[in-house]
Design a protein around this ligand. Structure first.
Ligand SMILES: C[S@@+](CC[C@H](N)C(=O)[O-])C[C@H]1O[C@@H](n2cnc3c(N)ncnc32)[C@H](O)[C@@H]1O
Length: 249
């Protein structure tokens, strides 16, 4: 059985702390006193080794290895507790949906916006929906390029939603809503755009198939739907090697 990633990470940290504690006790027994940074190094290396044994993805090794040494370093600055509470709240407000949805905040680039605009109807009304609209930048750019369209966004993280609402409230053809896209009926839209992560794609595709009208477009930036090839793929010439995957419903 494979443990959830966060649980494996916590277990690796706990095991590594135990190893450092036992090394400390053993050093006392032999009349030695291991320096704190020596213990931190031991804890760090053990955390990385255990993370590997628990099958965590490689990018976790950096987090696991630096966690305790950085805790020790930061504790030297005697920062007030509000500093940490403030940092936690800020991250929570930005990455609110991460723990449940496993979709972080990163933004569609200019190249993706231009390619997406070329897929939208010209000179006739249409409705476009951005699932997880982030800071609203994509909607703002598309609304300028395609004034005949009505652009909608739904975002579940409080701070990105607030930023997008403030920047878009004066644009008459852009509408952002706070909430989860799982509660949004996709039937009303001609084009639905998703730039999310691999995690929700299978379930999202089921929702799109049930709700979207015949003739409408479902576009995913970068992330494939398992076992369902897109009708078209647009390969973009940017640093991320972005692909727009397009399904005609
Ligand atoms: C990768 S960002 C994309 C932002 C924007 N669409 C863009 O392309 O620039 C994904 C966004 O989806 C939001 N998100 C994740 N799950 C969501 C959900 N269930 N409902 C609404 N938004 C969600 C995240 O908070 C994040 O802002």
């Amino acid at each position: 059985m494979r443990l959830p990633v966060v649980f494996s990470a916590l277990l690796a940290q706990a095991g590594a702390l135990l190893a450092a504690f036992l090394a400390f006790k053993a050093s006392l027994f032999f009349g030695l006193l291991l320096p704190l940074w020596g213990l931190a190094l031991l804890q760090s290396v053990t955390a990385v080794v255990l993370s590997g044994l628990f099958g965590l993805p490689p990018w976790w090794f950096v987090i696991q290895g630096l966690f305790v040494p950085l805790l020790l370093l930061v504790s030297r600055f005697n920062l007030p507790p509000h500093f940490f509470l403030g940092g936690f709240l800020l991250l929570w407000l930005i990455f609110f949906s991460n723990a449940k949805e496993r979709v972080p905040l990163y933004l569609s680039n200019e190249t993706s916006c231009t390619a997406l605009a070329s897929l939208l109807p010209g000179h006739r009304p249409f409705r476009f929906l951005d699932l997880g609209s982030g800071l609203g930048g994509l909607l703002a750019r598309l609304a300028e390029q395609k004034p005949d369209g009505q652009f909608y966004g739904v975002e579940s993280a409080p701070l990105p939603f607030l930023v997008s609402w403030l920047r878009l409230k004066k644009k008459s053809n852009v509408h952002v809503r706070y909430g989860s896209f799982w509660n949004e009926n996709l039937e009303a839209y001609d084009v639905v755009y998703a730039f999310l992560s691999p995690e929700p794609m299978a379930e999202l595709w089921q929702k799109a198939k049930h709700e979207m009208r015949a003739g409408s477009l479902f576009v995913s930036n970068s992330f494939a739907v398992p076992d369902c090839s897109p009708a078209r793929t647009v390969q973009l010439n940017d640093a991320r090697h972005t692909r727009l995957l397009i399904w005609e419903m």
